[in-house]
Design a binder for this molecule. Structure first.
Ligand SMILES: Nc1ncnc2c1ncn2[C@@H]1O[C@H](COP(=O)(O)OP(=O)(O)O)[C@@H](O)[C@H]1O
Ligand SMILES: [Mg+2]
Length: 232
């Protein structure tokens, strides 16, 4: 691996997967081999003989390197609810060391590995650990996906504060349009840019139904390239 990032978001459903796929596609355009990882996925449906999760399938489709699903998604939780509750219901302990081991194995197989968190940055894993602890254990710089809607400035700034509080760097951020016709969209972008620090890697438009990898054309390629080179 030459570059790895942990992808977090201002909330659940704000476009972390959409953005991760876009960044994977853009990295491939820059000539890197790519891999998306979803350590903890909650919400699986039975499709024929297999269990299906939208995030895992989207990341697999957007990755240029094919790998064992058990490495891509070490923890598959059936219910689409908070991970620590889904895990408890299933009698599973969400442990960080196996995630670290899976990540290390994936890192040997691709130039760029993007790890999508679950929910927001400090979503619990159990009574004492949270998603931020996982990001710390992986030692990855963080990319923040801001779901552009009223309230996102507070969520984005709180998340940036939490990232730095855990000793991680906010490597960059992405504004994802959620199709809410947000008033003063541009002014909100400016406010984020002035306060978040780190490069704005993309503003992804709301394009319902479009495959997420198509969104890679909206990534600011020179900025993404220089970030990839910086951490290499
Ligand atoms: N910019 C966008 N254009 C079109 N659809 C989007 C966009 N951002 C998110 N979506 C859709 O909204 C839903 C939630 O996005 P997703 O990336 O899964 O969020 P998260 O990973 O943060 O939970 C998905 O169905 C996704 O395809
Ligand atoms: Mg997701």
């Amino acid at each position: 691996m030459r570059a790895g990032f942990f992808i977090t978001g201002t909330d659940t459903g704000v476009g972390k997967t959409h953005t991760t796929c876009a960044l994977l596609g853009a990295a491939a355009q820059l000539g890197y081999s790519t891999m998306g990882m979803k350590p903890v996925a909650a919400g699986f449906e039975r499709q024929g003989d297999a269990w299906h999760n939208d995030d895992v399938e989207a990341l697999v489709a957007a990755s240029s390197v094919k790998a064992d699903r058990r490495l891509i998604n070490p923890y598959a939780l059936r219910s689409a609810i908070a991970p620590h509750i889904a895990a408890e219901q299933q009698g599973v302990a969400l442990r960080i060391p196996p995630v670290r081991a899976a990540f290390d194995a994936l890192a040997e197989q691709a130039d760029v590995v993007l790890v999508e968190g679950a929910g927001g940055f400090v979503v619990p894993l159990d009574a004492t650990h949270d998603m931020a602890d996982m990001a710390v254990a992986l030692g990855l710089p963080v990319i923040l996906v801001v779901g552009m809607r009223l309230g996102c400035l507070n969520h984005a700034l709180l998340t940036a504060e939490a990232i730095r509080h855990r000793g991680l760097s906010l490597a960059g951020w992405v504004a994802n349009d959620l199709g809410t016709d947000m008033a003063a969209f541009e002014a909100n972008l400016t406010a984020l840019g002035q306060r978040l620090g780190g490069p704005a890697l993309a503003t992804l438009p709301w394009h319902p139904g479009e495959p997420p990898e198509a969104a890679s054309r909206h990534v600011a390629l020179p900025r993404w390239h220089s970030l990839l080179r910086k951490v290499s």
